[in-house]
Design a protein around this ligand. Structure first.
Ligand SMILES: NC(=O)c1ccc[n+]([C@@H]2O[C@H](COP(=O)([O-])OP(=O)(O)OC[C@H]3O[C@@H](n4cnc5c(N)ncnc54)[C@H](OP(=O)(O)O)[C@@H]3O)[C@@H](O)[C@H]2O)c1
Length: 329
């Protein structure tokens, strides 16, 4: 497979290269791609150096698959050009996610909907992926009516510039700001820009993408997304109301048998997920599973995952692995 990694110099791109190597993905030729300012920069992959190329050069190289993580605007402009050249694009930005002609894929849930005609495939938002992976098997069994989610999101979700801002603040030096406010010792109740309805784009992604991936527009979702000075991953307090009643131990058992999910839930041993320990891992961790005693058929959970892994790079590469196994590329 000739693989283009578009955004190879970025936060997600770097992890993509790591995950490709770790999973022994069948890369015969790597094409690292970034903006014009990075052209010629050397990228290490499996002991070899590769020079970064620009977008048009990459299109002309006609890779089999292009893994995009270079922002929405870049994707809107360039993904169709790669697709027209015969390259299958798997895109990490929000550009195509809600396009009704594009599939929004979490492999464990809906990869089977893919066909060889899907030339631009959307990877969901990081905070959505970790939540739906846990919700999908529960929806099947108990039917979800409503989800209330509050997120505690890592600065790595904003990219290289945000990590630099936090490091500058730790060191007490002035520098470029990724956020409007300091993030060190702070919690910013704004992830991404605001929409007309008063919610942020990140919050509305949790609403719309959940409904699309679970293929059920009747699921009500409301979200509050908060940026915290954490690097290991995103955490989410999730309250779920079902149509049907449940037994907590059955929920734990279902999740215990769900691919990609690890249950860490034992109050006696203080076992619960935390971003510090999720960092660098491909799984989604769930704990603090308990009944909401204020309302019938309702559950509380705490869900944590490394946003750069299952929330981005790993999910993208799992989609690529599915395409190869199905002989769609
Ligand atoms: N971070 C996360 O947890 C996460 C999770 C899911 C999805 N995403 C999405 O993934 C994308 C990248 O995020 P990130 O966190 O990796 O950001 P980042 O660290 O800022 O990296 C951005 C990458 O995009 C490249 N790029 C920017 N403008 C470009 C252009 N006009 N043409 C070609 N390449 C261009 C940059 O290249 P240069 O170095 O040359 O500027 C860099 O490689 C975003 O769409 C983001 O929404 C991020």
């Amino acid at each position: 497979m000739r693989i283009a990694v578009v955004g190879a110099t970025g936060m997600v791109g770097e992890v993509m290269l790591k995950v490709l190597a770790e999973r022994n993905f069948p890369v015969t030729e790597l094409i690292p791609v970034a903006s014009e300012k990075s052209v010629g920069k050397l990228i290490e992959f499996k002991g070899k150096s590769y020079a970064v190329v620009g977008m048009q050069t990459a299109v002309d190289m006609k890779a089999d698959i292009a893994l995009f993580s270079a922002g929405g605007e870049t994707s809107l402009e360039w993904a169709p050009k790669f697709a027209a050249a015969g390259t299958t694009v798997i895109d990490n930005s929000s550009a195509w996610r809600m396009d009704p002609t594009k599939k929004l894929i979490v492999p464990e849930i809906n990869a089977s909907s893919l066909t060889k005609d899907d030339k631009i495939i959307a990877n969901p938002n990081c905070s959505t992926i970790q939540m739906v992976l846990v919700l999908a098997p529960l929806h099947k069994k108990y039917n979800i009516k409503r989800v209330i989610v509050s997120t505690y999101q890592s600065i790595t979700g904003t990219g290289v510039k945000a990590v630099q801002q936090l490091e500058n603040e730790y060191a007490g030096v002035q520098g470029e700001m990724a956020y409007k406010y300091p993030i060190h010792r702070n919690a910013i109740p704004q992830c991404d820009s605001f929409e007309e309805n008063g919610y942020t784009k990140e919050e509305m992604k949790l609403v719309r993408e959940t409904q699309k991936i679970l293929d059920d527009r009747t699921i009500a979702v409301t979200a509050t997304a908060v940026r915290v000075p954490i690097v290991g991953g995103h955490s989410e307090a999730v309250n779920v109301e079902f149509s049907n009643d449940f037994v907590v131990s059955d929920i734990q058992n279902i999740l215990h048998h769900t691919d990609g999910v690890v249950v860490q839930d034992n109050n006696d041993t203080y076992t619960y997920p935390m971003p510090m320990y999720a960092q660098g891992k491909d799984d989604v961790f769930v704990g603090r599973i308990r009944r909401d005693e204020s309302q019938a058929n309702t559950l509380n959970m705490w869900i944590v995952a490394d946003n750069l892994r299952k929330g981005a790079a790993t999910n993208t590469i799992q989609i690529a692995e599915y395409l190869i196994a199905a002989k769609f590329v």
